[in-house]
Design a protein around this ligand. Structure first.
Ligand code: NAD
Length: 275
């Protein structure tokens, strides 16, 4: 593209949970590489991480992968040691890893509450802090993109309680950090996807306990644009927020949801017959 707004040549992007068996992280890493970035990816699934690295190298970009569990502080620290050795800098961080535990609030154990909070909130905090320290020291700015969820801003019910509360935390984390690091030209934004057809989401459609016959139709009723999301829908948002096309944008929560958050629970995309 002539204006170069989306050109990421010379930049290093770290994407967590970018293994090829995942969805949004994998698609985002590939999109950033297609636009010129070199990648540093992590996953707890070795085969998935290797496969993503192979795909990115086939695009002519460099990709270093490492095994890390984003729920473990020591793994995050070790991951940034690898980053320092291999690249010596980071320009873009995509905090993609999450955890969930489906439970009625009255039955949720403290252990499961803490595990989800640890992966989503502690993990995003520690990765952002490590990346931010390096960006501040280098003085060249940067972009952090947090993959949040529509669940962080509206309630889903159906046992999503702890996941939704943690994603709500990510939204406020995004705003606070955007202000704190604005003097360093480190932009911090979040993407709020609605249901995306990732491998995890597809598994939900096959889960008989979730009423698979009607689940897809029920979800679609809430999406004015009339289809569920694809990982590339999220990747396009990541590419935009990571790039210079978004250089005056920080602290935003960007829904990528086919219009879901715009639609009131009592509204409908279809006019009743007869009107
Ligand atoms: N899929 C959806 O419909 C949807 C909707 C809204 C938001 N999101 C968000 O998008 C992000 C990615 O979701 P997804 O559906 O692509 O996820 P996913 O579970 O399909 O894949 C995530 C990847 O991360 C890896 N991973 C999982 N836990 C990890 C950990 N603790 N440490 C390191 N790696 C780990 C997995 O191996 C996998 O490769 C999450 O933040 C999720 O909350 C997803």
């Amino acid at each position: 593209m002539g204006d170069g707004w989306f050109d990421l040549s010379g930049r290093v992007a770290l994407v967590t949970g970018a293994g090829a068996n995942g969805g949004n992280g994998h698609a985002s890493a590939v999109a950033l590489a297609r636009h010129g970035a070199d990648l540093f990816i992590c996953d707890r699934d070795e085969a998935g991480a290797r496969e993503t690295a192979r795909e990115i190298e086939a695009l002519g970009r460099r990709c270093v992968w490492t095994l890390a569990d984003i729920g473990e502080a020591d793994d995050i620290s070790a991951m940034f040691d690898v980053l320092d050795r291999e690249y010596g800098k980071v320009d873009i961080l995509v905090n993609n890893v999450a955890a969930a535990h489906r439970s009625r609030p009255e039955d949720l154990s403290l252990e499961n509450w803490r595990r989800v909070m640890r992966v989503i909130l502690d993990g995003t905090f520690l990765c952002s802090q490590e990346a931010g320290r390096r960006m501040i020291a280098r003085g060249a700015g940067g972009s952090i993109v947090n993959i949040s969820s529509i669940a962080g801003i509206s309630a889903l019910g159906r046992g999503n309680f702890v996941y939704s509360v943690a994603k709500g935390g990510i939204n406020q984390f995004t705003r606070e950090l955007a202000i704190e690091w604005s003097p360093h030209r480190i932009r911090v934004n979040a993407i709020l996807p609605a249901q995306i057809l990732t491998p995890g989401q597809r598994k939900m459609f096959d889960d008989p306990r979730l009423d698979p016959g009607t689940l897809r139709e029920r979800l679609l009723r809430g999406i004015p644009l009339g289809r569920l999301g694809e990982p590339d829908d999220v990747a396009k948002g990541v590419l935009f927020l990571a790039s210079d096309a978004a250089e005056w944008i920080t602290g935003i929560l960007l829904p990528i949801d086919g219009g879901n958050l715009a639609l009131n629970g009592g509204g409908d995309r279809v006019w009743p017959a007869g009107l």
